[in-house]
Design a protein around this ligand. Structure first.
Ligand SMILES: *Cc1c(COP(=O)(O)O)cnc(C)c1O
Length: 402
């Protein structure tokens, strides 16, 4: 019998909602694409998006910027991180995270990873003491949120300010507190493969008006910071306006127009992602040789991607499994590969950072497979994908036992 094959695309997102297309066309018809180019008492799409995103996250202030990577660099600089400083961050994350640290002249110190794919809090405590760092850029990589209560305790004990990289956790929460609202600053991405799609784009939230005033100036506000609906009051800019450089990285009205209807739809989209996630998770659970990542009950997830571990598998066996799945249309990513491929790279490929060794992270990444779940997949697709992976893993296990 022919083995079933999946024919969908793992990189195909849904179209922009019609309301977003209409709003974008209206912005283009107006000619007023720059965020500060507003007519009369118009709020402007960017300021409106900031107001709505602040409400969505429960933050006092929100700032829209050019990308998620820009958001993180801006957050680091707003906290005063500069050349020669060390910044703690996850050993398991994506390249824009250490890239943001390098962009302000600082050096990342990478922290180990647990089997839950979250930051290792014991290693964090040890490295906070040893490095003397004052900032943690915490990446909620692939949407896995660590025990945020314990993390904030560790941060408090070591005087660490926490910036959250929520590129994969927009809409997620820990014990009901939105991701991005535990630390002093939350950073989000609206790049095509994240939870809202404006091609490129980013958002920053914080309750701290002085940090946010610096971020607004850095983002390229000139002296027009009074036009931010949910920005700090203008008196907060009095001293810093002479001090902060303009590191131009604003969002424009066109992108904000595309994003606002997506923000309104986000809770419904999250429910759809999680339905797909739970179907794949159920299909993979109890597969011999494969370990699903158990999600703690305190975590409200956004299942836009799914991961699993192949504990003890040799690189050759993982490669053979990836090839077998790919032949049946299922594109798995592998974080154990020696060389960086496409969007996936490992901490040892970021050679601008001081060389570091993370043996526990290495052991996890050696067996870590990863898959996107775009909303263009149906639940039937998700069932088929899980069945294909399960089938190929069991075939590989049977072969290994021979
Ligand atoms: C995508 C991503 C970012 C940065 O987002 P961009 O908008 O592409 O700059 C940051 N962190 C993680 C983990 C990401 O995947």
């Amino acid at each position: 019998m022919e083995k079933p094959v999946f024919t969908g695309s793992f990189t195909q997102q849904e179209p922009i909602p019609e309301a977003g297309i209409e709003a974008a066309v209206a912005v283009m018809r107006s000619g007023r694409l720059h965020r500060y180019n507003i007519a009369g008492d118009e709020e402007g799409e960017v300021a409106a998006l900031e107001r709505e995103f602040a409400a969505f996250t429960g933050a006092r202030h929100a700032l829209a910027v050019a990308s998620g990577g820009y958001a993180m660099a801006c957050a680091l600089r707003a906290l005063g991180v500069g050349p020669g400083d060390t910044v703690l961050s996850n050993g398991f994350t994506l390249a824009p995270v250490p890239g943001a640290i390098a962009s302000v002249g600082a050096e990342p110190v990478f922290v180990e990873t647990t089997e839950a794919l979250t930051i290792d809090l014991d290693d964090l405590a040890a490295k906070a003491s040893a490095s003397g760092a004052s900032v943690l850029l915490l990446s909620h990589m692939r949407g896995h949120v660590c025990d945020m209560d314990r993390l904030m305790q560790v941060a408090g004990a070591h005087d660490l300010q926490v910036i959250e990289d929520c590129a994969h956790t927009m809409g997620a929460a820990w014990r009901g507190v939105p991701s991005g609202r535990h630390g002093v600053i939350g950073c989000y991405s609206t790049q095509t493969y994240k939870h809202m799609n404006s091609g490129e784009g980013g958002l920053i939230v914080s309750d701290d008006p002085d940090i946010m005033a610096r971020a607004v100036l850095l983002s390229g506000s000139y002296m027009l910071f009074g036009r931010h609906s949910v920005g700090p009051s203008v008196d907060r800019f009095e001293n810093v306006k002479y001090e902060m450089p303009n590191v131009s990285g604003r969002m424009d009205n066109l992108r904000a127009a595309i994003l606002r209807p997506q923000l309104a739809d986000l809770p419904a989209q999250i429910a759809r992602w999680n339905a797909l996630y739970r179907v794949v998770e159920a299909g993979l659970r109890d597969t011999p040789g494969l370990q699903v990542i158990e999600r703690p009950p305190q975590e409200s997830i956004v299942g836009s991607s799914i991961q699993a571990l192949l504990p003890g598998w040799s690189p050759d066996r993982v490669r053979a499994l990836l090839a077998a799945c790919a032949a049946r249309g299922v594109e798995l990513k592998w974080f154990g590969a020696e060389e960086p491929v496409a969007f996936t790279s490992r901490y040892d490929s970021w050679r601008y950072a001081p060389a570091q060794r993370l043996p526990r992270t290495d052991a996890i990444l050696a067996g870590l497979i990863d898959m996107r779940l775009p909303l263009t997949f149906s639940e039937a697709d998700a069932r088929l994908i899980a069945a294909i992976i399960r089938d190929e893993v069991m075939g590989a296990q049977a072969q290994a036992a021979e």
